[in-house]
Design a protein around this ligand. Sequence first.
Ligand code: ADP
Length: 447
Amino acid sequence: MFEKLLIANRGEIALRIHRACHEMGIKTVAVHSTADADAMHVRLADESVCIGPPSATHSYLNIANIISAAEVSGADAIHPGYGFLSENAKFAEIVEAHDIAFVGPTPEHIRIMGDKVEAKRTAGAVGLPLVPGSEGAITDLEEAETVAFEIGYPVLVKAASGGGGRGMKVVERPEDLSKSLKAAGQEAKAAFGDDTVYIEKYLGNPRHIEFQVFGDGKGNAIHLGERDCSLQRRHQKVLEEAPSPALNADQRADMGETCRQAIADLGYRGAGTIEFLYEDGRFYFIEMNTRLQVEHPVTEAITGIDLVREQIRVAAGLPLSVTQSEVKFSGHAIECRINAEDPRTFAPSPGLVTQYHAPGGLHVRADSALYDGYTIPPHYDSLISKLIVYGANRNDCLMRLRRALEEYVIEGPKTTIPLHRALIEQPDFINGDYSIKWLEEWLAAQD
Ligand code: ADP
């Protein structure tokens, strides 16, 4: 097992990884920007190294400085968390070239899944159901028109390198196709340095359901069930739950097995998430994320399995600690993503936290790097806490979540806690009756 692991991230996820390491007897090295010198992840780690100025480009995305920090501290593994360098194949390659273990998949798998056109081709080849659309990248208007005509409008133009919901354009009518192709290409070029686009059928009212998978890199794989992440704003997840209120045990077992087999066939190593849209009883693959997800704790809650520990075990060449038949699902879990944002306008609200009190009690988990007197820097993502609540069933979980949200005190910055309090009182949500469109429609109706 590793002796010392460098955590190439910040915030709650850096704490999450640190905790798994300490439980496994592994020492941790934190890296931080100058803006994060007082951050909780720096305070908790055994050692810390400053890797640059506040801007992420010069610190948390600075590969040379992170590798130097690992060398100087003698770390034998690097965990990238999520975001930042977690899905950067070049980074994974450089880490391994320095004889440091990368806690994640092989650079090759990261590369394939990072290109959505390639990812769809690969997913199709290992038997995952796809959204109807172009076979590969779209290179000219005529081809686009043919594909769109075949699958039928509305269609979605998507960026091959897309992420975070950017570089997507819905096209309702043939006469708008040319304009949208150009716009999506330009947006993708500006955001990702790659203007490759492809076309998919635009599904009208789907749910977003994703499966958590794990491979040991030697052809053994398991699935840990699904998460329903349909509550989204601007294609970004706001609240996630497991299991999905839309699936029954047979559907879960069937799709889970399809995903498990796909991961085994790929010889995939580490944690992964296979994302699907789900409409009228059918699944459609959209992408695979080759990292730990923000919402992984809901899966931990219903399976009792520590996903970060499994990631580290696999990276160290150990087998997964459970086989598929040993994975047992029980109860229900919901995660609320709490952002330092105005709950109505969603304008970022960084700054001094004058009072912090996290909820507690049975089956309540608040993953956050906040503390009294901490100043949330303006340079990074606005996620400041994840509240994860477990219950014996969905109703029990909702009652406990309501209580936990009541208890949560974050004074100073505005947060999205009031949004979550309101959201979980909505009859549609209580009934589990919502698609990826629901939240935006509900928000629009509040204005
Ligand atoms: P990103 O990598 O930018 O997150 P995804 O492909 O994962 O992009 O899609 C993000 C979200 O966009 C999905 O959860 C869904 O809400 C919406 N979306 C993506 N593809 C489609 C589609 N074909 N039809 C309808 N909505 C879609």
